[in-house]
Design a protein around this ligand. Structure first.
Ligand SMILES: Nc1nc2c(ncn2[C@@H]2O[C@H](COP(=O)(O)OP(=O)(O)OP(=O)(O)O)[C@@H](O)[C@H]2O)c(=O)[nH]1
Ligand SMILES: [Mg+2]
Length: 464
């Protein structure tokens, strides 16, 4: 069996996304989302739910997930829910949020790190061969951002040989969190320094995509449905293994060419009522349509719709690596859904002509064949697909956040909120923290700029 993956759901956003993600995994594996039970008759030989679920002695599937928050709003209600393990939840003693303060979240996780790490260690005991940790969080608030940052440092320190991945939600254009540029830059430094891969979502783009594909007005629930669908398709080839991309390390070895360029974006098509509840109906889609549609920048969950003053056209969507996961009914069950290989070849040829890669990377789009869960309604007219792209677009997102950071930091706005915590109580200490984090992000953006050059790899040789 491929190695297990333990997820850390931190803060409101991380927990809300996590709960929708596991509802989806339950549906895809015929597991009851209310108590983790599963009808033994429904066991399918090909699936591997154990990567994400622990099967207990009483035949219940429990998510390999640890839920952390400082306020009880989201996870306080969980004991009523029989799916998650109540021993895997950590709620703050004070019961109040960090108030969108990265330093508060970071300090809190530092002070109570032993209790949180004990929960993680306990969960590890139920794994035979842990492959990865994955952090689900937002970077603009305080808990997911600050406590998430501290936990990443700790996990890297203690389990550095395991993969550390994140699903990180960035603020939208109309954010209600005024200090989100500070929290984001401080968290981004930890993602850069301590993770192996980060899948980035941007709430503005998700909002735009959701308003196109849902019948109702857009809420976080719907946005999270899109994220959960992308995440579930990301792990499809591990949970319904074929012969390729059956482990996270295999997927990442295709997508992450160097440790610097580990930020990934996703696009999905089509979101239909087949894939998410409440979405508009689409009658049919073919592999050909999907492969080409996935290159549409409007579908990118970090699309830079509005250009900021610092927008650099040269950084606009140059790929370093692309993996498409096409999902169809299982051909072992339904021979009529075999996708036409000629169709795929033709689409890939066109896609290769359209996609712009950086000059030193092989410009090839990798393709994996995913399997639609046998527990979901089969629909042989629909092929859906996820594109996971390593693209320079993330640098534009970081650059936009940095410009907002710079204009606030130049006036030292809201800084006193960050000095109220022991670890950062000295003004020099917090200033250094801000400046160093900003410098780490600046240097990454510069690296994205350099990687556009034909001579990028030769320049690296000179440095060495
Ligand atoms: N996509 C998505 N974004 C969310 C969700 N909940 C919150 N966010 C975004 O994340 C940002 C801040 O994060 P929260 O996750 O609420 O904050 P937190 O981690 O709980 O930290 P506190 O400041 O301590 O409450 C918000 O401004 C929202 O834009 C969610 O369910 N889905
Ligand atoms: Mg909160």
């Amino acid at each position: 069996m491929p190695g297990e993956i333990i997820s850390l759901l931190v803060g409101q956003c991380g927990n809300q996304i996590g709960q929708q993600y596991w509802s989806r995994l339950c549906a895809e594996h015929g597991i009851s989302a209310s108590d983790g039970s599963r009808n033994a008759d429904s066991l399918n030989l090909y699936e591997q739910p154990d990567i994400y679920f622990n099967l207990s002695s009483n035949n219940r599937y429990t998510p390999r997930a640890i839920l952390v928050d400082l306020e009880p709003g989201v996870i306080g209600k969980l004991p009523e829910n029989g799916l998650f393990n109540p021993r895997n939840t950590y709620l703050s003693k004070e019961g109040s949020s960090s108030g969108n303060n990265w330093a508060y979240g970071y300090q809190y996780a530092h002070d109570y790190s032993q209790e949180i790490m004990d929960i993680i260690d306990h969960e590890l005991d139920s794994c035979d061969n842990l492959e990865a940790f994955q952090l689900l969080h937002s970077v603009g608030g305080g808990t997911g951002s600050g406590a998430g940052s501290y936990l990443l440092e700790q996990l890297n320190d203690r389990y550095g040989k395991k993969l550390l991945t994140t699903f990180s939600v960035f603020e939208g254009a109309n954010s209600s969190v005024v200090v989100h540029p500070y929290n984001t830059v401080l968290a981004l430094r930890r993602l850069i320094e301590h993770s192996d891969a980060c899948v980035v979502f941007d709430n503005s783009s998700l909002h735009n995509i959701a308003s196109e594909c849902f019948v109702d007005t857009v809420s976080f629930f719907q946005i999270n449905e899109l994220i959960a669908t992308a995440m579930a398709t990301f792990s499809n080839t591990m949970r319904f293994p074929n012969y390729l991309y059956t482990s996270l390390s295999h997927i990442l070895s295709t997508l992450v060419p160097t440790p610097d360029f580990k930020f990934l974006s996703t696009s999905f098509s089509p979101f239909t009522s087949d894939t998410v509840a409440g979405a508009k109906d689409v009658r049919s889609s073919t592999a050909y349509d999907v492969i080409l549609k996935l290159l549409d920048q409007k579908l990118q969950m970090i699309n830079q719709g509005t250009k900021s003053p610092s927008f650099r056209d040269d950084l606009n969507n140059r790929y370093l690596a692309v993996l498409d996961i096409l999902v169809t009914n299982d051909p072992r069950d339904d021979l009529t859904t075999r996708v036409d290989q000629d169709d795929i070849q033709k689409a890939l040829m066109r896609a290769h002509q359209r996609a712009r890669f950086v000059p030193w990377c092989p410009s090839s789009i990798h393709l994996a064949h995913g399997t639609k869960s046998p527990y979901l309604q089969p629909n042989k007219n629909i092929v859906s697909g996820l594109m996971i792209a390593n693209t320079t677009n993330v640098a534009l997102l970081f650059q936009k956040t940095c410009s907002q950071f710079d204009s606030m930091f130049a006036r030292k706005m809201f800084m006193n909120n960050y000095t109220r915590h022991d670890l950062f109580s000295l003004e020099d200490g917090i200033l250094a923290e801000f400046q160093e984090s900003r410098e780490v992000v600046r240097s990454l953006i510069e690296e994205y700029g350099s990687c556009l050059k034909e001579s990028y790899l030769d320049d690296e040789d000179e440095v060495m």
